[in-house]
Design a protein around this ligand. Structure first.
Ligand code: IMP
Ligand code: MG
Length: 186
């Protein structure tokens, strides 16, 4: 089902900018340098969790200055409005044999922690050379299961956010910044 939404309605849900384009750019430049320094000489596979992490992945991989490969997995976390229902489904798996790689999972946001806990368990069972998690955003106050990322670029409060890959009902992924979504009126 497509979303028919006027520009006025679209803009009215962008409550305020939480993380600017400049802040995202600076944090990714640092994360890319740290990865380049610590993984140099090792086979790297960046694994992006679609759809939300596609923008972060495209910027992070270009901030890495050493050879690296990329792969994609698609995980769907089911939402009722802006509330997670807790169900996670892998709808597209990686094509690579990860036992040959140092794997870095590239995620957009950690909320309850369920998605990454499941994905880390799944990928660990495939014996990668190493496995780390880099997330753009973290909402630690929302955890339902224990999960700590190796690298988290921004810690944010318990708010539903949109932009830079993150959606609300499939819209807003194309905003270049992270914004708070204006709840209500749905
Ligand atoms: P978790 O399994 O609850 O940690 O949820 C992770 C997934 O839910 C993320 O990868 C996002 O796709 C989605 N998600 C969680 N919080 C938000 C949010 O504030 N805005 C948009 N998507 C979110
Ligand atoms: Mg996601």
């Amino acid at each position: 089902m497509s979303n028919i939404c006027s520009v006025e309605e679209f803009n009215s849900k962008i409550k305020r900018i939480l993380v600017t384009e400049e802040e995202i750019k600076a944090a990714i430049a640092k994360a890319g340098k740290d990865i380049s320094d610590s993984y140099d000489g090792r086979p790297i596979l960046l694994v992006s969790i679609l759809k939300g992490a596609f923008v972060f992945m495209s910027d992070l991989c270009r901030a890495i200055t050493v050879p690296c490969e990329i792969g994609f997995m698609c995980a769907k976390s089911y939402y009722s409005g802006t509330v997670s229902t807790g169900a996670v489904k892998i709808t597209m798996d990686l094509e690579q044999d990860i036992s040959q790689y140092h794997v870095i999972i590239v995620e957009d946001i950690i909320d309850t922690g369920r998605t990454l806990k499941d994905i880390v368990a799944l990928l660990s069972a495939r014996n990668p050379l190493s496995l780390r998690v880099v997330t753009l955003l973290d909402k630690p106050s929302r955890r339902k299961v224990d999960f700590v990322a190796d690298v988290s670029l921004f810690t944010i409060p318990d708010l539903f956010v949109i932009g830079y890959g993150l959606d609300c009902a499939e819209l807003y992924r194309n905003l270049p910044y992270i914004a708070e979504y204006a709840e209500g009126g749905e």
